[in-house]
Design a protein around this ligand. Structure first.
Ligand SMILES: Cc1cc2nc3c(=O)[nH]c(=O)nc-3n(C[C@H](O)[C@H](O)[C@H](O)COP(=O)(O)OP(=O)(O)OC[C@H]3O[C@@H](n4cnc5c(N)ncnc54)[C@H](O)[C@@H]3O)c2cc1C
Length: 806
């Protein structure tokens, strides 16, 4: 066995084999895979191995397309052909209008990635799958490329190709420990000796937390038992001269596909079971959990109604095996938080269909630093430390129970909540807050006008429209407060702090005490990596603020670039403070009342400045920044005194018409102002010029990514950021919807909202440069219907910023 390699991949299921193969494809051949048993001896060997193109976001659609193309190529390889039922077709059933609305939206998402889905009516579903009944069936989404593959052959084919390109695979080589040398090299210890490497990859499947523990890491991954039945031959199937399409049903929680002359039927039962949370038997390999047909009996009743042929079918085999889940159901693929050059590709619950694409995106990140798509939806750092195994197990159960039920807009499911709250959570709840979740933190979406107010989640306008309108109106006309819990905040100190930040940020870094600046930073390719608000406080402290979700991401980015000479120090204050935002024309008067010793005047506390003030006897940090486009201050309040400051504001608020507002109102106002949101408009697929942020780039200095950006710009623009005004008034667009011109997709929506102050249906997105000029007429697909739209100025509300600076 080798003792040194560039990359060591741990685990020989689909995740590990795909990563190994793609590393060789990206040009690295000094790569090794270690497997404790035989390849595919974890979950992979017994997978139902369905391969769909369906995804809720474009990155998922794109990576699944890669899987399908790769699997087809492998199947057609004359030297080592594998069994792949490519393009059998798949039907996702819809029994409600909401399901159909969702499918129309996802059809548009896929279209932007060059993937064509169709919407079928019930009669057409039955034509394509003659064994189903159409009772209570409204229609379906048709994925023409759906199919299934032989999982063991697939992994062998990938490993074989990787070996031909120089990779090595060591079977029966359990990894027993992982250490790191002082020089940051990883050493992977195995039963057969040690291998030192630059990069280590955890692809350990349901044992990923055994491997994680070797690096002192807990991955938010929990396993569920999952079962499918294989039937004896079914006469109706035998009589057909074609392979029946796959079926997935969100109401009856089952899937089905052809298997020989019978059917394979899998179940997502409500009375489901976690697996392996208290440890996994070391001998559980190439193994299954005991058959448990009783568990799925309640699901079977409805399955029989949809597929009556099953009532007579004998069961030939039951497969019950562990399947891994993360808190949001998407895998963890990318950087392990806080561990340099350590990666994971774990928590795959549909790993056969997706594995080809995940290995591809991970290999790109390892070799090039970034993948061709923005991979935030998969990034392991999207979960903070709150996502422990107990939380993850609760979410895994919930996700399993809702396997084919996609999230509706603004839907935040209840399991594991509240995970992170601040001291005013109860007060906000009493005030009627309907909470959403941001990086585990409960954050108010809006405030219910009455205790019995109920929101019907929908892709169209619903009951919250008027509620949000009233909140926006209160902010615009008087003053509103909102708690921005979990806002990411680091304190950066040391003599080198400003110079160091100046080299990382492409924007000008504020240097004067009391000044605040909005800065962007780029990756080496010159694409947008992040956004930070930098505030210079007294005592040489720089406060770095960014989106709550960026907590672990930004810390890794900064720590990897921290000077080794001790001239700069960083500490996180995220858990120590919360933000109360006061916004609206009367915010100054309100603050003057609660903090009379401070100068809140226009000149005394100018826009984009920060200082310590005393409210209710407590020292806090106030910043005059605005995400709403109104005169506003952020009050950064130590958690311990948050209740006092909150009470002081609400107690003084009545005479100023103080109201509460939430995230939905904020979203409406920020889109009216044209402000970008991290991981919506700020993604690693575009450089700052394409993102419409050229004015934030300081050309007269050196910074990370400058050369990459310049070499990109020399080649021209790939896309351009646009704001759009839509004609339709029954629904907004949704992130991922296609923007169309001349019958062709020319771009994608990133965010959308009704602009309540300008009374317009607004969206943001990226389009081909030829369509980015203000005034260009386009169509945006909204819930599947083309809606006329025009490119408009990014800032639709108070473009001169007179209100912010009033
Ligand atoms: C019943 C069932 C049906 C399914 N149906 C589908 C489907 O239709 N479509 C689909 O896409 N997905 C399906 N899945 C999910 C899919 O099978 C998994 O997502 C996928 O197999 C996971 O692959 P993996 O490589 O992450 O994990 P595994 O296949 O478990 O591979 C992990 C490997 O790591 C090895 N390993 C662990 N620890 C060590 C160590 N210390 N040292 C060395 N090696 C180690 C293990 O031995 C194992 O081989 C199904 C799953 C189940 C249970």
């Amino acid at each position: 066995m080798k003792t040194q390699a560039r990359v060591v991949v741990i685990g020989g299921g689909i995740a590990g084999c795909s990563t190994l193969y793609h590393l060789t494809q990206e040009g690295w051949s000094d790569v090794v895979l270690l497997e404790r048993d035989e390849l595919t001896s974890g979950t992979t060997w017994h997978s139902a191995a369905q391969v769909t193109n369906f995804g809720a976001v474009q990155t998922m659609v794109g990576l699944k397309t890669h899987s399908i193309n790769l699997y087809k190529e492998l199947a057609d390889d004359p030297d080592y052909p594998i069994n792949y039922h490519h393009a059998t077709g798949g039907i996702r059933l819809a029994s409600t209008q909401d399901h159909l609305d969702g499918y129309r939206h996802f059809q548009s998402v896929a279209k932007g990635m060059g993937v064509g889905f169709d919407i079928l009516d019930a009669a057409e579903c039955r034509k394509r799958h003659p064994l189903i009944t159409t009772d209570n069936l409204l229609g379906a989404l048709w994925d023409p490329l759906d199919g299934d593959i032989d999982p063991a052959q697939l992994c062998q084919a990938l490993a074989r190709r990787a070996r031909h390109s120089g990779a090595e695979v060591y079977r029966h080589t359990p990894v027993t420990g992982i250490t790191q040398t002082a020089g940051a090299e990883w050493v992977v210890h195995t039963a057969n000796g040690d291998i030192a490497c630059e990069h280590v990859v955890n692809a350990g499947g349901y044992r990923c937390n055994e491997v994680g523990a070797m690096m002192d890491v807990v991955h938010p991954v929990a396993s569920m038992e999952h079962q499918y039945f294989l039937t004896e031959p079914i006469a109706e199937i035998e009589a057909l001269d074609f392979r029946v399409p796959l079926i997935r049903c969100p109401t009856d929680d089952f899937y089905s596909r052809a298997e020989k002359k019978g059917l394979l039927v899998g179940f997502y039962e409500q009375e489901c079971k976690t697996w392996g949370l208290d440890g996994i038997d070391p001998d559980f390999t190439n193994a299954l959990c005991p058959d448990d047909p009783d568990r799925v009996l309640p699901v079977l009743e409805n399955v029989f109604k949809r597929l009556p042929c099953l009532t007579e079918a004998g069961i030939h085999t039951i497969i019950n095996g562990p399947i891994t889940y993360t808190p949001d159901g998407l895998p963890l693929e990318g950087h392990i938080p806080g561990r340099r050059n350590a990666w994971c590709i774990t928590g795959l619950r549909a790993g056969l269909g997706e594995g080809g694409g995940h290995g591809w995106l991970l290999a790109q990140q390892i070799v090039h630093g970034e993948a061709c798509y923005d991979t935030w939806c998969l990034d392991p750092r999207r979960f903070g430390r709150y996502a422990d195994i107990e939380y993850t197990a609760k979410k895994a159960i919930e996700d399993y129970q809702n396997e084919f039920r996609f999230h509706m807009p603004h839907e935040f499911r209840p399991a594991g909540r509240p995970a992170r709250v601040t001291r005013i959570y109860d007060a906000l709840k009493q005030a009627g807050a309907e909470f959403g979740v941001v990086n585990g933190w409960e954050r108010a979406l809006y405030f219910k006008p009455s205790p019995d107010f109920h929101e019907t989640h929908s892709f169209r306008f619903n009951e919250t429209f008027d509620v949000v309108a009233a909140e926006v109106n209160a902010v615009q006309s008087h003053v509103g407060i909102m708690e921005v819990s979990g806002f990411n905040r680091y304190e950066i100190t040391g003599v080198g702090a400003h110079d160091w930040l100046d080299g990382i940020m492409c924007s000008r870094v504020p240097r004067k005490v009391g000044k605040v600046g909005l800065c962007y930073f780029l990756n080496e390719d010159g694409n947008v990596k992040g956004e930070a608000t930098l505030a210079n406080l007294s005592g040489g402290r720089v406060w770095y603020g960014s989106a709550a979700a960026a907590e672990l991401h930004d810390m890794d980015w900064l720590m990897e670039r921290l000077p080794q000479d001790g001239s700069v120090e960083i500490r996180s204050l995220t858990d120590a403070y919360s933000i109360l935002m006061a916004a609206g024309p009367k915010s100054r008067a309100l603050l003057q009342k609660v903090a009379p010793d401070a100068d809140w005047s226009r000149d005394g506390f100018a826009w984009l400045s920060a200082r310590e003030v005393v409210v209710a006897g407590h020292e806090i940090v106030a910043m005059s920044v605005s995400f709403s486009g109104e005169l506003a201050w952020e009050l950064h309040v130590p958690i311990a005194v948050l209740g006092d400051v909150h009470d002081a504001l609400t107690g003084a608020g009545e005479e100023f018409g103080l109201a509460r507002f939430g995230l939905l109102a904020t979203e409406s106002m920020r889109i009216e102002k044209g402000y970008r949101h991290w991981k919506a408009e700020l993604v690693t697929e575009f450089n700052p010029v394409e993102s419409g942020l050229a004015r934030f780039v300081s050309q007269n200095k050196e910074f990370t990514g400058k050369a990459g950006m310049e070499s990109q710009l020399a080649k021209g623009l790939r896309k351009g950021f646009v704001s759009l005004q839509l004609d339709g008034n029954g629904a907004t667009a949704h992130g991922g919807d296609s923007i169309v011109a001349g019958g062709r997709v020319v771009g994608t929506v990133t965010s959308a909202s009704w602009g309540h102050r300008v009374n317009r249906n607004l969206a943001m997105g990226f389009v081909e440069p030829a369509f980015a000029a203000v005034g260009t007429a386009l169509n945006v697909e909204v819930v599947g219907e083309p809606v006329a739209a025009r490119v408009c100025e990014p800032c639709q509300y108070d473009p001169a910023n007179e209100r912010v600076m009033s």
